[in-house]
Every structure is written in structure tokens, then in C-alpha cells.
Design a protein around this ligand. Structure first.
Ligand code: UD1
Ligand code: CA
Length: 464
């Protein structure tokens, strides 16, 4: 019954993610609450990923489909239904892992700050000391509802007592059960059957420690000395505390890479985002998803990027950018909105109160004030006058607008798509353009008509 291969033991990881998370008071399962864009359980998943050869096994129960959908195919799953406690959760993993693993690491899914190094240290300690069980402890004045580590007078671990079951003396113990745990697999699978139902009707994983102690099995412990790591999340206050720590970890990393933050407390960067040196972030900057920012940019105050690529030396002020792309030296704002598919090439200037969707603006385009550009292709150095609108939607379909290079679009022009404005063409202020405009021509009025100069009329011998 002991296939333990000492030299090259097979390690499996079980992540417990079936709990209700009642104290979150949420329709969303606790483990899916995001911290800077990343769901809680993903932090645990990413930190344990390199420990095991096979994908971690996630125990799901409460809103199981939603958890599975979020983690997707990178994990394995087993269902715990109903949820009768942490030992009962590990029991569900037994069916899948029995006879296949030598060591099982069990991790709670509500500790997003525990690092890969700590999980690694636990496994190494477990193997080096040849333990049947190795636990992770933290010494703290604030017990936060954690189980207390009970030791005998020689300092030997005798068990973990849950807060609900602890005596007044045990409640004073400052050595607490943080998690994760490492178990000798075969011992674990057998011992789980010896866990008895607690007074509240749950099977506690932590009871295994007393079971091991009574059998005089080797029990070890690592101490997590960085208290931030052992912030477990049971309610939204803990969620905010942990988010703050993650925010600091990310911001410090980027400051050390040469990014200036005027007030790092007010800068929120997902860990999927990349930045480059000499970029300055003012307060109220949110960089989310697959966004990246080049060198020497100035972002903020008040800028939100979602899945947006920003090149070098761009300046953004009070702006919201979603699934957009900026090349280099673009300046934008105050008060601009780029939506999906907006692509601004080098040196585009977009002043106040503009909106661009699904459009390409070639190098040097200027759009100073109050314009909407949707489904358009705009050539080099075009000037878009104040209040210009591409009327891209007729109530049924969406249509394209094309503007040739060096065109000059007068203030308050309505470009009724589909429509093409030729190179070097001009539209008069207030023009409503319903037909294509040839290169080098001028249109004015409602609906817009071509202006033909006297000289040109004589040359051509005709009028339109
Ligand atoms: C648990 C520990 C406690 C420890 C604390 C912090 C037990 C009995 N107690 O308490 O000693 O100090 O974590 O590490 O383990 N879960 C399931 N199925 C269930 C119940 C829970 O998958 O039936 C999952 C939860 O989703 C969660 C984890 O197990 O990720 C821990 O459950 P939770 O209810 O948060 O345990 P605590 O009361 O915090
Ligand atoms: Ca917990």
C-alpha cells in the first residue's frame, strides 16, 4: 500500500473550491471574485501550477459550472455535492488520485497571496523531513477565525483545533493554521475515513492532524513569516485588504522597471498588463486585461485602458479606451472615448470630447473637438472640424466612411455613410454629405453640393 517513490515522487495538487463563501454575501462564488481583474482561484492555480506534472485537481461544488468555465481546460475537476466540509472535499479527490500520487498538496482557494515559493517550500520540507503530514502556520495576534495549532510541552504538534471547538485556553494560541497542507497520499486516503463528523455536521480536514499525532506519525510545519501571504478571504473586508497587497506588489514591480507613479495608491494595474520605462502614471489610472503601454507615455489623471495597446510617447488625459490601439506620439483628451477597433496611427491628435469606434486614423490626423467617428478609414493629415459626425447607422445597417488624405472636414459636417471624401477635398461648415465627394473638390450645404469655381466652370464648359 506504499508505492512511495522516494527519489521522484509524484505530486498532485488539490484545490478546494466548493465552499459556499457565505460570508461574502454574494451571488458570485467567493473563489471567482476578482482581485485586479483576476479571479481569486486563479491566483492559487498559478502559484501551484509548477509543483505538479499533471494539472491541479479543483474540487468544485457551489456554482460548479461557473468555476469550471472560468478556469477552463487547464485544470481537472471533481464535484463535491453536497459540501460537507474540507475533509469531505478532499475525499472526492480520492477517487481520481488514489494509487496515482505519492504526495498530495491541498490548498484552500481563498488565499490568493500565498506565493509559489511558499507552496514549493512546503513540498520540499515535507519531502526532506519524510513527514506523513506537513502543515503551514502563521503566528499572529489577530486569529481571524483560523484553526489553532495545539502542541504538547515538547513542542510536538498534537492537532489543529477549529475556533468553534476551541477551549478558552486554546483560543489564546497565537500559532494558527494558514494552509496549505502536504500529505503522504496513501496515508491520507486511509485516514480520511477516520475523520468524524464535527458538532456542526462538517468533516474537518484539520482533524487529520490529531489523527496523525495519535498514530505517532511524523508531522512537520513551515511557518509563513510574511503575514500578508496568510490573508485569507472570508468577507469583503479581507477582499479589499488582499487587493491592496496585490496592487502594491504589481506597482512596486513596475516602479522598479522605471515607471513613475505620482500616487501608487491610486493606480490599478492588472497583472496581465505590461509597461515600459519613463512612462508616468497620474492618479486614477486603471490598466486592465491585455493592455500594454510603451515608453515615455503620460497617462492620467483618470485614464482607463481595457485590452488596449499604447505605443511610445502617447499622452492621455481623462480618457477611456477599450480594445483600441495607439501607435506612437498620439495625444488624446481631455475626455475622449475609444471603443473596439479604434486604431490611431502616429501623431494623431484627438482633443476634447471625441469618440472613435472601429476606425483607422492615419498619421497626423487632427480631430480637435466634439466628434464621432465610427466605421471609418481616414487618410493622412486629415483635419476633422469640430462636431463632425459619421452617420454610420441608418436604423438598420452600419456603413463605412472613407476620407482621403489631406481632406479638410468643416465644422459640424455630417458624413452620411456609405460615403467617400476624396483626397484634398473640403466640406463646408454644417454640410450634410450624402454622396461621394471627388478629390480636390469642395462641397457645401444641406444636402451638400459641389462648389465649382468660375475658372473651373470656364475650363470645363459645364456645371454640375
Ligand atoms: C479553514 C480551516 C482552518 C484554517 C482556515 C484558513 C478547516 C476545517 N478549517 O477554515 O483551520 O485556519 O481554513 O486556512 O479546514 N471548501 C470546500 N468544500 C467544503 C468546505 C470548504 O471545497 O465543503 C473549501 C472552500 O471553498 C475554501 C476552503 O475549502 O476554499 C476552506 O473552507 P472555509 O470554509 O473557508 O474554511 P475556514 O472556515 O476558513
Ligand atoms: Ca477560509
Amino acid at each position: 500500500m506504499e508505492p512511495m517513490n522516494k527519489k521522484n515522487p509524484k505530486i498532485d495538487v488539490v484545490i478546494l473550491a466548493a465552499g459556499m463563501g457565505t460570508r461574502m454575501k454574494s451571488a458570485l462564488p467567493k473563489v471567482l471574485h476578482p482581485l485586479l481583474g483576476k479571479p481569486m482561484v486563479e491566483y492559487i492555480f498559478d502559484a501551484v501550477r509548477d509543483i505538479c506534472a499533471e494539472p491541479p485537481l479543483v474540487v468544485v461544488g457551489n456554482k460548479a459550472e461557473l468555476v469550471q468555465e472560468t478556469l477552463g481546460e487547464k485544470a481537472r475537476y471533481v464535484l463535491q455535492e453536497p459540501q460537507l466540509g474540507t475533509a469531505h472535499a478532499v475525499m472526492q479527490a480520492r477517487e481520481v488520485l488514489r494509487g496515482r500520487s505519492d504526495i498530495v498538496l491541498v490548498a484552500n482557494s481563498d488565499f490568493p497571496l500565498i506565493t509559489a515559493e511558499t507552496y514549493q517550500l512546503l513540498v520540499e520540507t515535507h519531502q526532506r523531513e519524510g513527514n506523513k503530514v506537513t502543515i503551514s502556520t502563521v503566528i499572529a495576534d489577530q486569529p481571524r477565525g483560523f484553526g489553532r495549532i495545539v502542541r504538547d510541552s515538547d513542542g510536538k504538534i498534537m492537532g489543529i483545533v477549529e475556533e468553534k471547538a476551541a477551549t478558552p485556553d486554546q483560543l489564546k494560541i497565537k500559532e494558527l493554521n494558514s494552509n496549505p497542507y502536504c500529505f503522504n497520499a496513501e496515508w491520507l486516503w486511509d485516514a480520511l475515513d477516520r475523520v468524524e463528523k464535527s458538532a456542526v455536521g462538517e468533516y474537518y480536514l484539520t482533524d487529520l492532524i490529531e489523527i496523525a499525532a495519535k498514530e505517532r506519525q511524523a508531522i512537520g510545519a513551515i511557518e509563513i513569516t510574511d503575514h500578508q501571504e496568510s490573508i485569507g478571504i472570508n468577507n469583503r473586508i479581507h477582499l479589499a485588504e488582499a487587493t491592496k497587497v496585490i496592487q502594491q506588489r504589481i506597482n512596486r514591480k513596475w516602479m522598479l522597471e522605471g515607471v513613475t507613479m505620482i500616487d501608487p495608491d491610486k493606480v490599478f494595474i492588472d497583472d496581465t498588463v505590461t509597461l515600459n520605462r519613463d512612462t508616468v502614471l497620474y492618479p486614477e489610472v486603471y490598466l486592465r486585461g491585455n493592455s500594454s503601454v510603451g515608453e515615455g507615455c503620460q497617462l492620467g489623471p483618470s485614464v482607463i485602458l481595457e485590452n488596449t495597446i499604447v505605443g511610445d510617447r502617447c499622452k492621455l488625459l481623462f480618457a477611456m479606451l477599450e480594445s483600441a490601439k495607439l501607435e506612437n506620439d498620439v495625444d488624446m483628451g481631455p475626455f475622449g472615448h475609444l471603443r473596439r477597433g479604434a486604431h490611431l496611427d502616429d501623431h494623431v491628435h484627438m482633443g476634447n470630447f471625441g469618440e472613435i469606434k472601429n476606425s483607422y486614423l492615419a498619421p497626423g490626423v487632427k480631430m480637435g473637438h466634439f466628434s464621432y467617428i465610427g466605421d471609418a478609414h481616414i487618410g493622412r493629415n486629415v483635419n476633422i472640424g469640430a462636431g463632425t459626425i459619421t452617420c454610420n447607422f441608418d436604423g438598420e445597417g452600419k456603413y463605412q466612411t472613407e476620407i482621403g488624405e489631406n481632406a479638410f472636414i468643416g465644422s459640424d459636417t455630417m458624413l452620411v455613410a456609405p460615403v467617400k471624401i476624396g483626397k484634398n477635398a473640403k466640406t463646408g461648415a454644417g454640410a450634410v454629405v450624402t454622396h461621394d465627394v471627388p478629390d480636390n473638390s469642395v462641397v457645401v450645404g444641406v444636402p451638400a453640393k459641389q462648389l465649382i469655381s468660375k475658372r473651373k466652370e470656364e475650363q470645363d464648359g459645364k456645371t454640375k
